[in-house]
Design a protein around this ligand. Structure first.
Ligand SMILES: Cc1cc2nc3c(=O)[nH]c(=O)nc-3n(C[C@H](O)[C@H](O)[C@H](O)COP(=O)(O)OP(=O)(O)OC[C@H]3O[C@@H](n4cnc5c(N)ncnc54)[C@H](O)[C@@H]3O)c2cc1C
Length: 272
């Protein structure tokens, strides 16, 4: 099958992009890496009036690092993050997650911004970025704004973008040198989407402790968030109870399946 017809535009600035998106009143689609949009167009799962190719926006291809925050442009690819030479716990985690996404060919083109805007609940970045307490940078007709990723992800394949808006950056708190983290992705075959994800951050210097379960039928959920600690050894029963409470739609054996992924992340946590 072929895509239905659409206008193709390639704006050269963020402002021009928001103007074009606003003209189409929510009926245009941004094209980033095209790894999800391409198949959706060909299968006619989406029939936008216009495809807005943002690949000319070089300012969205950079990674800026400050002592407190890492700012990742929406067009930075999974492959670029996988091969990043930046030091520090945050980049160690980003490299681990990026390297487990799909196959090299997909990683070369797929972008972090595209993955977050697409909001497939099984996408790796969603769980990782929720655990990192990241926020999403958004540009729109009335200027720029930021939203915590937990508020940006409002449902499966549904995000809090208004007509005319698009995602420009992911802002991630820089973890301290002594931070611990763990990420576990359960999938049947290397390169496939996750069936369950567990991710934790334990950064005592920043007072940041978060545990996330992902690859549910809805966006990832925060199981624990505390400035203080959690017991060093969490029992599987406690994790199961937290999954039930945070994701009531998960039932039966699936509760244990997701709790086990979280347990694996906690057990495999990286130490400085
Ligand atoms: C074979 C295969 C295996 C995969 N396996 C995995 C996996 O294991 N884990 C995983 O996490 N992902 C996986 N993916 C998805 C991959 O990570 C894609 O890169 C990602 O879903 C979309 O990123 P993209 O840059 O290609 O976005 P696109 O395909 O260009 O866009 C996807 C959607 O997001 C919108 N969009 C894109 N960028 C923006 C923006 N900046 N602002 C607003 N809207 C935007 C588009 O309009 C479109 O609706 C896989 C994909 C394939 C094809």
């Amino acid at each position: 099958m072929k895509a239905s017809s659409f206008d193709f535009v390639r704006p050269s600035s963020i402002q021009e992009t928001t103007e074009i998106l606003a003209q189409h009143q929510g009926d245009a689609r941004v094209l980033a890496g095209g790894q999800s949009l391409g198949p959706m167009l060909n299968l006619r799962l989406v029939r936008p009036s216009a495809v807005v190719d943002i690949s000319a926006l070089d300012e969205l291809k950079t990674v800026e690092v400050s002592p407190s925050e890492i700012s990742i442009g929406a067009l930075v690819t999974h492959g670029a993050l996988e091969l990043s030479k930046e030091a520090g716990a945050t980049f160690d985690l980003l490299r681990k997650v990026a390297g487990g996404i799909a196959y090299r060919g997909v990683r070369n083109r797929g972008t972090m911004g595209g993955s977050v805007a697409h909001a497939d609940p099984a996408a790796d970045w969603l769980s990782c970025l929720l655990a990192l307490d990241a926020s999403v940078g958004i540009a729109g007709p009335s200027g720029a704004r930021r939203l915590p990723i937990g508020e940006f992800l409002i449902g499966s394949f549904t995000v809090a973008l208004e007509p005319g808006e698009f995602l420009t950056h992911l802002h991630i708190p820089a973890l301290s040198a002594t931070a611990r983290w763990g990420y576990y992705k359960h999938n049947r075959k290397v390169g496939e989407f996750a069936e369950a994800i567990g991710c934790f951050i334990d950064d005592q210097a920043r007072g940041m402790r978060r545990i996330v379960a992902g690859a549910l039928s809805s966006p990832p959920v925060l199981l624990f968030a505390a400035a203080g600690g959690w017991p060093q050894q969490m029992a599987i029963d406690e994790i199961r109870a937290a999954v039930r409470e945070a994701a009531p739609a998960v039932e039966g054996a699936q509760v244990h399946f997701h709790a086990a992924a979280v347990m694996r992340a906690l057990q495999g946590g990286a130490r400085p």
